[in-house]
Design a protein around this ligand. Structure first.
Ligand code: FAD
Length: 455
């Protein structure tokens, strides 16, 4: 045993179910709790995620009795300096599998090793670490359903029995402190482990039993809203899966399958880090895309929630109001951007990442590529969502649209999905549709021919 260790928090801002605590407690009698404010991550995060992170750090600091050291800088400089400062032989982390996280950790590991110290990885933000589940021939899965079956068969550990007292925490030297919140227009969910657990228990008590039937209904708003808590590791998927194990209902199984999507996309991104920016299916490089001033104007209308298609506009406005959007509506607005406006999915993905509080590179980029048809195991490109029928089906009384589009608040029932058909025309202040969906659908299919020819 050495004098001390460092626990470096990243996407695991909690004290319960923390295998890194057990590893640190094994390695040394006491440990320093560290978070590094890395400008390379903070910059592109967007104000909602930055502010949420700062709030979550405050909650973690409180749980650790005010002993979280927060330092700004490049982790490759900060972590070895802090480790040397407290005489730690080991720095404990949960492994990061994202493209940037892996590069960063390799750099930190190297600088620590130069100084005779070690980076120790224990666990990850996933029930099964990306890269573990493979086909019988050792290659990664490219299709979700067989991945999910193999992932289920692989199984996962139960939650680790930890809390703040598992480790004897050192009093840190003064650091840079947790920054003040950024100015954010959106109303953010409460941050921190306690809030995550409350949200999860409320969903277990009153939500999961109807998840199968309600999850596609943005008007009902009955999904778990755990994505942001999972993103920051305020709760671990292991905890969710363990609690679900006693529930045998079909709905609980559907919820578990959604957790598996998160794990699948992390696995795909590990094997194809290039797919964060480029088409996973490179034949889609041949898809002709809109460009020029007209394309930029249409993109601006989409971002502002002023396309004239109510379900699309409601989704884009929910994104601004809550830094979150319902999954069904994410698919609808994404389809609209790619197949009605013929814009690159990367534009939409970047806009989402700028605003989403749960913005996660693997789930976001692959959620986009799934809709665009260029992803692994995607929705077929020729299946073009009709924004009117999607609205009528999943928001049958128009409540979701009226909640987010005040110009349409007085339009009753499902008529809200086609305001251009109202006897008095489109209500004042709301735009006419910016495109003719039927014509753009044909256009999308014609453009898609270029992809099939490139195969
Ligand atoms: P629930 O329905 O309660 O699901 C529970 C959990 O399962 C979620 O919290 C999430 O961790 C996981 N999950 C559910 N659906 C998916 C899915 N399709 N892909 C991956 N994981 C899933 N999710 C993110 O966490 N971050 C993103 O940046 C993100 N971007 C997306 C972009 C697009 C275009 C699309 C179509 C989907 C995206 N998703 C993203 C997936 C999904 O929309 C959100 O996870 C979900 O809406 C979060 O709300 P919830 O926690 O109430 O979900």
């Amino acid at each position: 045993m050495t004098e001390s260790a460092v626990v470096w928090f990243r996407r695991d801002l909690r004290v319960r179910d923390q295998p890194t605590f057990l590893a640190a407690a094994d390695a040394a009698p006491c440990a320093l709790a560290l978070f590094v404010l890395d400008p390379a991550l903070l910059g592109p995060s967007g104000a909602a995620r930055r502010t949420y992170l700062f709030r979550s750090l405050r909650a973690l600091d409180a749980a650790l009795g005010g002993r979280l050291l927060v330092v700004r800088g490049d982790p490759a400089d900060v972590v070895p300096r802090v480790a040397a400062g407290c005489g730690a032989a080991t720095v404990h982390v949960a492994a990061d599998f994202g493209p940037y996280g892996r590069r960063r950790d390799e750099a930190v590991e190297k600088s620590l090793a130069d100084d005779g110290r070690a980076l120790v990885r224990t666990g990850s933000p996933y029930a099964v670490a990306p890269g573990r589940v493979r086909k019988a021939d050792g290659t990664p899965f490219r299709v979700y359903s067989p991945f999910r079956r193999a992932w289920t068969d692989h199984g996962w550990r139960g939650p680790a029995d930890t809390d703040a007292s598992t480790v004897r925490w050192l009093h840190p030297q003064a650091g840079d402190g947790i920054p003040d919140d950024d100015a954010v227009d959106a109303v953010l969910p409460e941050a921190g482990e306690e809030a995550a657990l409350r949200r999860w228990h409320a969903f277990l008590d009153d939500g999961v039993q109807d998840y199968g039937s309600d999850r596609n209904r943005p008007d009902r708003d009955r999904t778990s809203r755990l994505s942001v808590h999972l993103k920051y590791g305020e709760i671990h998927p292991r905890t969710l899966l363990a609690d679900l194990a006693s529930r045998r209902s079909e709905s609980a199984g559907t919820f578990r399958n959604e957790i598996a999507w998160r794990e699948f996309y992390a696995d795909v991104l590990l094997h194809r880090p290039d797919s964060a920016r480029r088409n996973h299916d490179r034949a889609f490089d041949a898809l002709p895309l809109a460009s020029g001033a007209a394309a930029r104007d249409r993109f601006a209308a989409w971002c502002a929630g002023r396309t004239g298609f109510p379900i699309v506009d409601a989704g884009m406005r929910q994104l601004r109001a809550q830094a979150w959007m319902h999954n069904r509506v994410r698919m609808i607005v994404a389809s609209f951007l790619v197949k009605d406006l013929h814009l690159p999915w990367q534009w939409g993905a970047r806009h989402f990442m700028g605003l989403l509080v749960d913005g996660d590179l693997a789930s976001n980029q692959h959620g986009w590529q799934w809709t665009a048809g260029s992803g692994t195991d995607p929705a077929p490109y020729f299946r073009v969502f009709n924004p009117v029928t999607q609205g009528e089906r999943f928001d049958p009384d128009g409540e979701y649209v009226r909640r987010f589009v005040p110009e349409l608040r007085d339009v009753p029932g499902k008529a809200v999905h086609q305001p251009w058909r109202l006897p008095d025309g489109v209500p004042r202040g709301y735009p006419e549709p910016i495109v003719d969906h039927a014509a753009e659908r044909q256009e999308a299919l014609a453009r898609y021919q270029q992809v099939t020819q490139a195969r």
